[in-house]
Ligand binder design. Structure first.
Ligand code: FE
Length: 431
């Protein structure tokens, strides 16, 4: 079973990554940052966690306001560094523990947290700034991550209590993962700062100290603060500190603080801290029982669905496996992409880096083969619309029937349709 070996808290200000990239460890201005992170580096060196669960917010880099989510969990196998303007940092991609991500996602959803899930997205300084000072690269990272991006920028956002509750559910989610791996939870953000408006440059070191104290000893008190109180006490952008409560919720009620530091060089109170669990309230046997029950609870919604003939739930596993081909078919919603596809489909397969198997499924219009491979139906109807095939043709083909045989099963056999708004409706002519 997976074990949570502790929680790390630290700021994620871009200054950290900036100092790391420019080797500023001996520069008196930056030295305290490195010194404050050193105990965490030592702790990680000693504990060697397999996975870091990274809690951070994206700074409108990979997630824009065309679709803004509260809790976005990465399910990918790899995450590159995002370009935030001026080119991406020269830092290699970090591996993602996709199986653990999928398990955590399923567990949190079973516990009624409506998560969103992402793949194929680079991560910005919220994740990579702390990661690059915490972990070794030689040249590749010595750890895998599971990233959780919290939407704290466009209100309404989750409140402190919701973050804490998510953390409590996260504990079950991680501990019920069946493999023997160790996980450290890294909460990032804060402390006090404000970067916009006439209040830019606001800090409150007294509040920062008080927050650190409460965080360790009385986190529930912090869950009772309203967002406006966080803004007043710690600055508008400093209110992101509620993300720390996700980590705190995933630890035992009482924790052992191994390390804490605080340094305010410029705009943001940079804190670092390590907490370990002090959990003696439940026997190992009882814990295992409880986690076995939780695994059953996680599986209960979809239990048996795989035995229903001709039914293929579109799971994270399918979505990850078939991401490239789904992405290719989704790209056909743009006129220039479908023009390219219709003019030279083989070239468009190569450009999309489809495997030969994927290209062949599309080439042969193997509708049921695509479904079995992991293509979601709604990409099939897009492809149908592009090449002039009705939805009914696709349904019939998936059932292994002729169009006429399938139509005979409908109350209105003559109904033929597709999602094509206009353009290629050639099936109208053949029918
Ligand atoms: Fe931030």
């Amino acid at each position: 079973m997976a074990r949570i070996i502790g929680g790390i808290a630290c700021s994620h200000t871009p200054t950290i990554g900036f100092a790391v990239d420019r080797d500023k460890q001996d520069d008196p201005v930056w030295k305290p940052i490195f010194e404050n992170f050193q105990p965490i580096r030592d702790w990680l060196d000693q504990k060697k966690p397999d996975v870091l669960f990274m809690i951070f917010n994206d700074h409108v880099t990979s997630f824009f306001f065309d679709h803004y989510s509260a809790f976005s969990l990465g399910i990918d196998t790899q995450y590159a560094v995002a370009d935030e303007g001026g080119g991406a940092r020269d830092v290699p991609p970090v591996g993602g523990h996709s199986a653990l991500s999928q398990h955590i996602g399923a567990s949190l959803m079973a516990d009624e947290f409506d998560m969103s899930f992402f793949q194929d997205k680079p991560l910005d300084h919220g994740c990579f700034s702390p990661l690059s000072i915490l972990c070794k690269r030689d040249p590749n990272w010595n750890v895998q991550i599971v990233p959780l991006a919290v939407g704290v920028l466009q209100f309404p956002i989750p409140n402190a209590k919701r973050c804490y509750k998510l953390g409590q559910a996260l504990r079950n989610a991680i501990e019920s993962y069946p493999e023997d791996i160790s996980v450290a939870i890294v909460a990032t953000g804060g402390l006090s700062h404000q970067v916009h408006g006439a209040r830019a440059g606001f800090n409150n070191t007294d509040w920062d100290k008080q927050f650190l104290e409460l965080f360790e000893k009385d986190p529930v008190a912090l869950t009772n603060l309203r967002l406006a109180e966080y803004v007043e006490l710690g600055g508008m952008e400093g209110a992101e500190i509620i993300m720390w409560l996700i980590m705190r919720g995933a630890l035992s009620a009482s924790v052992k603080k191994i390390h804490q530091s605080y340094y305010l060089p410029s705009m943001t109170g940079i804190a670092t801290a390590i907490y370990e669990n002090q959990d003696t309230d439940i026997s190992e046997e009882k814990r295992e029982q409880r986690l076995a029950q939780h695994r059953q609870h996680m599986q209960s919604e979809l239990a048996g669905v795989g035995d229903i003939p001709g039914t293929h739930p579109f799971t994270h596993a399918a979505s990850i496996k078939a991401y490239r081909i789904n992405k290719f078919l989704h790209s056909l919603i743009k006129p220039e992409n479908r023009k390219r596809f219709l003019e030279d489909q083989e070239a468009s397969f190569i450009e999309a880096k489809l495997t030969e198997q994927e290209a062949d499924l599309i080439r042969r219009r193997d509708w049921d083969g695509m479904i079995k491979y992991g293509v979601i139906f709604f990409m099939l109807e897009k492809l149908g619309a592009v090449i002039g095939v009705s939805n009914l043709h696709i349904y019939a083909a998936m059932r292994g029937q002729t169009l006429e045989e399938f139509q005979a099963t409908r109350n209105a056999p003559g109904a033929l349709y597709s999602v094509a708004g206009k353009g290629n409706l050639s099936w109208n002519k053949s029918s």
